[in-house]
Design a protein around this ligand. Structure first.
Ligand code: AMP
Length: 326
């Protein structure tokens, strides 16, 4: 189970942190993937662009390889049971622990005039999304590690108080560790709403991809063989590892180590490989986004599958909590 907020355009971080794993998981597991529209309301109360953004995220999910016939691909707000479980879990979440959450503190800094209770209880809503399907694996990027730990705490508290209903969900990635795709300026992570010039979006056109990559910081190059790489150079190599061939990476590593590297050439190569990666996804997503009838069908089918699983869990939850009066 996992989700992506419809707060803007999907980017390389969403792809490598989350979507790439979704696409592999759909072949092996029973999967629930959603557009997290309720979560987006905690920071984006203006809903003028919400519908477009929901359509965009859905289309980009499918363009990246998710198959709505294999997984439940749905919209969070279409599954009303989420709000019910969120309410119950809120009674098991403590103000102190919520205030200490790193993402909460970040968001308070970014939106000081809208520190609402929904923002504070964001990890509780996320736990509800996951526990609603009694999910075991949650494919997410590194930024979500703490939220997953909180979801396990809420699940354990529930089980302890009311009986064993929820398994412990784990953050999941097919690689050995969770991923963080850095922003192009090296000053943080790629993001839907911040750092837009330093983020590569799956909707960026070829020209923009070239421009963003060519602008990344480099220097005159290493002066001694086998020098350690500065962070901003390490970042370029890291991005290359996501989209370029092993051969290309090996050549640039070698050139770095023997001090013959030309960063202009390296960035040009990265830009070309990035275009080859992004362009087909962009074209596919645009075509899907234009087909509103198809998107409606996907959402309806996804919501039905998700509701079925949610209803089953909530039956168990109400029973365990003693909310069964006849
Ligand atoms: P969000 O964009 O915050 O709705 O996150 C959707 C998914 O993408 C989550 O699983 C995040 O962990 C993941 N994600 C977002 N940004 C990055 C990034 N820069 N690197 C890796 N994963 C990311």
């Amino acid at each position: 189970m996992s989700g992506i907020r419809p707060t803007g355009f999907l980017h390389l971080g969403n792809y490598f942190g989350a979507l790439r794993n979704y696409v592999r998981m759909q072949e092996e597991y029973e999967c629930y993937f959603m557009v997290a529209d309720l979560h987006s309301l905690t920071t984006h109360p203006d809903t003028k662009e919400l519908k477009d953004n929901v359509h965009r995220v859905l289309s980009e999910n499918i363009a990246c390889g998710l198959d709505p016939d294999k997984v439940a691909l749905f919209c969070q707000s279409h599954v009303y049971e989420t709000s019910e479980l969120y309410l119950y879990l809120n009674m098991l979440a403590y103000k102190g622990e919520l205030e200490k959450t790193v993402t909460f503190k970040d968001k308070v800094r970014q939106h000081p005039d809208n520190v609402n209770a929904g923002l504070l209880t964001y990890p509780v809503l996320q736990a509800a999304d996951i526990l609603l399907h009694r999910a075991l694996l949650v494919p997410v990027g590194k930024d979500q590690e703490q939220h997953l730990e909180m979801a396990r705490n809420f699940a354990n508290r529930f089980n302890h108080r009311y009986g064993d209903i929820f398994p412990e969900p784990q953050a999941f990635n097919y690689g050995s560790e969770l991923i963080k795709v850095p922003s192009l300026d090296g000053g943080g992570k790629m993001s839907k709403s911040e750092n837009q010039n330093a983020t590569l979006y799956l909707s960026d056109d070829d020209d923009l991809i070239h421009k963003k990559i060519m602008k990344t910081k480099t220097d005159a190059g290493p002066t001694a063989p086998n020098s350690p790489k500065p962070d901003y150079i390490e970042n370029i190599f890291l991005l290359m590892k996501l989209v370029s061939s092993e051969e290309v990476i090996k050549n640039f590593e070698q050139a770095y180590n023997d001090c013959t590297i030309r960063y202009g050439d390296m960035k040009k190569q990265l830009a070309e490989d990035m275009v080859s990666f992004i362009a087909p996804i962009r074209a596919k997503a645009e075509a899907i986004r234009a087909d509103k009838t198809y998107l409606k069908e996907v959402m309806e089918k996804g919501a039905e599958k998700a509701r079925q699983s949610a209803r089953a869990t909530m039956g168990k939850v109400r029973e365990a909590m003693g909310l069964n009066y006849y």
